[in-house]
Design a protein around this ligand. Structure first.
Ligand SMILES: C[S@@+](CC[C@H](N)C(=O)[O-])C[C@H]1O[C@@H](n2cnc3c(N)ncnc32)[C@H](O)[C@@H]1O
Length: 270
């Protein structure tokens, strides 16, 4: 696949989060409409790129944490267009038997993940599903039908930088509750999410402008408070240091990062 030959079902009339995020972190799976949108988003919130990179670094640390704590199979919802440090690659470095199913709603993300897995993946251990994460039963069924995941062993469920594209009206709270119920005890749930809870007044207004800009895309943004994000974890127990700005979660460098993306990892204990 290339830019002149986009996958079926792709909406090139409107920009979209997967492709604009790909542009923001230096990828090439994006179109002019996504880049123009990305520029407008950057004008609204100039730290967007740093926030995206900090989020991506958090994803890597969270996956490593999961594997180091015995959770070696992943269901990655809103996995995005593959770029540096994809979940299956990070997990494979620590455990060559690790497993991963990617799920995304955007055809470009799915097509690129398929190509990458065909080239570098192991069909017994890696798969990709094209679906809306809100359809929990459908996603769960499709993920298990790949044969990649063992539903009797703990799973690392990831919703990293995706729930802020899924408004409350979709019933997302119920969808996430259903995933929590389906996961076996011992599973870990990883979330990151944009918030203005921790932001200074200027940044709060920039985030509001970003939200306005995103209304022109097929994936309008939703800002949730820290408490609203925490609610997605339900009765899972947050591991230290809790739900914090992503740069503060098990930091592995001393660089400062925006406090607008928060993240955490929680364990299903009962
Ligand atoms: C900003 S990217 C995040 C990618 C990756 N998780 C990361 O953190 O680097 C958000 C992704 O979520 C996907 N997405 C948005 N809404 C979705 C939904 N309802 N179901 C599945 N994927 C969705 C978008 O297509 C996009 O690929």
């Amino acid at each position: 696949m290339n830019r002149e030959n986009p996958p079926a079902g792709i909406d090139l009339d409107r920009p979209n989060a997967a492709r604009a995020y790909d542009w923001a972190i230096g990828g090439t799976a994006n179109w002019a409409i996504d880049r123009q949108y990305g520029e407008k988003a950057l004008a609204a919130y100039p730290q967007l790129r740093q926030a995206a990179r900090a989020n991506r670094a958090f994803l890597g640390r969270a996956v490593r944490y999961c594997v180091e704590n015995g959770v070696t199979q992943f269901l990655d919802l809103g996995s995005g267009i593959p770029t540096m440090g994809n979940v299956h690659e990070i997990a494979d470095e620590l455990d060559p038997e690790s497993r991963c199913v990617y799920v995304d709603i955007e055809p470009v993300a799915v097509a690129h993940a398929r190509i990458l897995l065909e080239e570098e993946g192991d069909p017994d251990r890696h798969a990709v599903v094209h679906a809306d994460l809100c359809n929990t039963r459908e996603v769960w069924k499709a993920a298990l039908e790949t044969g990649v995941l063992d539903p009797d062993k703990p799973i690392g469920l990831l919703t990293v930088a995706v729930l802020h594209f899924v408004p409350d009206e979709t019933g997302v709270a119920g969808s996430i509750r259903a995933y929590r119920d389906l996961l076996p005890v011992g599973s870990l749930y990883v979330i990151s999410h944009l918030t203005d809870s921790e932001a200074e007044t200027d940044t709060k207004s920039q985030l509001q402008q970003l939200k306005e800009v995103s209304k022109r895309s097929s994936t309008p943004g939703v800002l949730r408070s820290t408490e609203e994000v925490r609610a997605f974890f339900g009765d899972f127990e947050l591991v230290e240091p809790g739900l914090v700005p992503v740069g503060d979660w098990h930091p592995d460098d001393l660089g400062s990062t925006p406090r607008t993306a928060i993240g955490g990892v929680a364990r299903k204990v009962r």
